[in-house]
Design a protein around this ligand. Structure first.
Ligand SMILES: [Zn+2]
Length: 210
């Protein structure tokens, strides 16, 4: 058993900030012990991109694979957490300066979003740090198979498509909405298991570091 498990998934609740325009998380209990029912049962309404979640190629690529077809061996395995410092845009130049070992397959970006505590703020923030398009291309060229980030989008708020397209067209798995506030840079084992939603563009996931 691992010494320590770090939970990277924020708690799913109606209080979770969501992308502007997305439905808020709704948990309804059509049956409840407190109302005299024999059991409690929760019905869940939410975007597939709420909380910690994975983006599948179908999110940005016509005819791209759904989340149910993502390779599990990309989602589980050794991962490197890097600290991108003060950078608002994580560019190729920023990544090249981080001494990322060749052969790194899973890379988690701990950005200034974590330093600022963004994942734990009650309101959605639009000025989050994100991966620039040339940074995405750099990761593809390095053979990275999975990239994660510590806010609700891998791409800048005002320029979503290029970064997503470069990664998803290359088959790189994107994990967003990770709470990495308590995580230090280093080598870990990452485990991320998105719900197996048929053909879906994304799915919520429990993500942990060992
Ligand atoms: Zn997403």
């Amino acid at each position: 058993m691992p010494d320590r498990i770090i939970d990277l998934s924020p708690t799913i609740s109606p209080d979770l900030p969501v992308w502007p325009g997305d439905p808020r998380v709704t948990l309804r209990q059509p049956y409840h012990l407190a109302r005299g029912d024999d059991f409690t049962l929760t019905e869940l309404v939410m975007s597939a991109h709420a909380g910690a979640h994975v983006d599948a190629p179908a999110h940005y690529v016509r005819g791209g694979a759904g989340v149910d077809r993502l390779p599990l061996d990309a989602l589980v395995g050794p991962a490197r957490v890097v600290d991108t410092g003060d950078a608002e845009g994580v560019t190729a130049a920023v990544l090249a300066g981080l001494s990322i070992p060749p052969g790194t397959e899973r890379l988690l970006l701990r950005t200034r979003n974590s330093t600022r505590g963004l994942m734990r703020l009650p309101e959605f923030q639009t000025d989050f740090a994100a991966l620039a398009a040339d940074g995405a291309q750099w990761l593809v060229d390095q053979g990275v198979r999975l990239v994660g980030i510590d806010y609700f989008s891998i791409a800048p708020y005002d320029d979503l498509a290029p970064t997503h397209r470069i990664l998803l067209e290359a088959g790189v798995v994107i994990v967003e909405g990770l709470d990495m506030i308590d995580v230090r840079p280093g080598e870990y084992v990452f485990v991320c298991l998105p719900l197996k939603l048929k053909g879906a563009d994304g799915a919520p996931a429990r993500a942990i570091l060992l």
